[in-house]
Design a protein around this ligand. Structure first.
Ligand SMILES: [Zn+2]
Length: 380
């Protein structure tokens, strides 16, 4: 469909470029920039990797002298502080850009409006907020991490209509169809870490890698294992070169000999509390200190339940296959925890979207914990 060339068209293009770099910018946000002069695109850029050029700088380089008098469409407020690179707001001013259209204002306390203020002070016209919702959603992990230094946790599971993640025999291959499983690999690629409980390691022996052919971007694999029961032959342990690519979170009470054996396999073992269970809030703080901005929580039901109970889940992506497997208590549930006595205490999902993926349904939303209405985790 033919669309008029207007602000929204160019911002959508900038958003698309930003989106394409998701999963490869580490603790940095994804950002796209399009420079337009006299109805013609003269420069484009996207931030592709931490330590490399910012979107605005790349677009300005492409535009050269044509940047003078142009309009810049940027998905995130241009930076104003000296980090690894000089501030983009200064670069835009020096290049003679006349107008800057910004989608989302930077939540980074070091920036937060100061980039826009800097531009305005120099006589650059700034329009902020265009397609801000889309831009914020794209950086929802970064937006939380930069303010709280805690990872944004997405809980993902795949279950039958009766909420089972395996049959009573333990068989779980497969619950959902191939299209849903493909989507999970894309999700893994877009997270800095994948986390599972020891039950999942013992039952499924998952490798927890992404099948996408981007070896440099394999997420950190995290196992919550209070007693260090992870078998030395587990596929989740590092193979050959990727030493340190697996992190095991345990308790002070775990056997020291097991710790040594797992470390000898190349795993990193971290103590989170004195037990009997891994202190999950502490675990999230430690992951934050390790600059892990996002975690994909892949179960099983007990770990997912404990994370929910501790209010540590920011987003849920739930696949439901159109089938029933039954099996009562012998068949594991997608989420399992002690539970509340009253329906009013239930954890609700807000901001829900529903999508069909092949024969399956994917439900996405943001948990709202009781007495915490209008949680800050909702995209604005
Ligand atoms: Zn910048």
């Amino acid at each position: 469909m033919l669309q008029p060339l207007q602000d929204e068209t160019y911002m959508r293009l900038a958003l698309q470029m930003a989106q394409s770099a998701q999963g490869q910018t580490g603790v940095n946000p994804v950002v796209g920039c399009v420079l337009v002069k006299d109805g013609r695109i003269v420069g484009m850029g996207a931030h592709l990797r931490r330590g490399e050029g910012h979107a605005e700088v790349l677009a300005l380089q492409m535009a050269g002298a044509e940047a003078a008098g142009a309009t810049a469409y940027v998905t995130l407020e241009p930076c104003s502080h000296y980090g690894r690179t000089p501030p983009c707001s200064d670069r835009l001013i020096r290049s003679g850009v006349r107008r800057v259209v910004v989608a989302s204002v930077d939540p980074n306390p070091l920036v937060a409006g100061s980039g826009i203020a800097r531009l305005k002070c120099s006589g650059v016209r700034v329009d902020a907020g265009l397609l801000a919702e889309e831009a914020n959603a794209m950086n929802e992990a970064f937006n939380k991490f930069i303010v709280t230094r805690l990872p944004f946790v997405t809980m993902k599971n795949a279950s039958t209509l009766d909420g089972k993640i395996a049959a009573r025999t333990g068989d779980s291959k497969w619950i959902t169809g191939a299209p849903a499983r493909e989507l999970v690999h894309t999700m893994r690629h877009r997270h800095a870490a994948i986390m599972v409980g020891i039950g999942t390691v013992l039952a499924d022996d998952p490798e927890l890698t992404t099948r996408l052919a981007v070896p440099a971007l394999h997420p950190l694999r995290v196992v919550v294992d209070s007693q260090l029961r992870t078998p030395l032959s587990a596929r989740v342990l590092p193979a050959g070169q990727d030493e340190g690519s697996t992190l095991i979170l345990t308790t002070a009470g775990a056997p020291a000999s097991r710790r040594e054996a797992l470390e000898a396999q190349g795993a990193k073992v971290l103590t989170c509390g004195s037990g009997p269970h891994v202190d999950l809030p502490l675990a999230m703080r430690l992951l934050g200190e390790m600059e892990v901005p996002s975690v994909l929580l892949e179960g099983g039901g007990r770990l997912s339940g404990a994370m929910l109970e501790n209010r540590l889940v920011d987003k849920a992506v739930l696949f439901f296959a159109p089938k029933w497997i039954g099996g009562g208590a012998q068949a594991p549930d997608n989420v399992s925890f002690g539970g509340f006595g009253r329906m009013s205490e239930a954890i609700r999902l807000a901001g829900m979207t529903v999508q069909t993926v092949g024969d399956d349904v994917c439900l996405t939303g943001y948990p709202q914990y009781a007495e915490e209405e209008a949680s800050s985790c909702l995209p604005e």
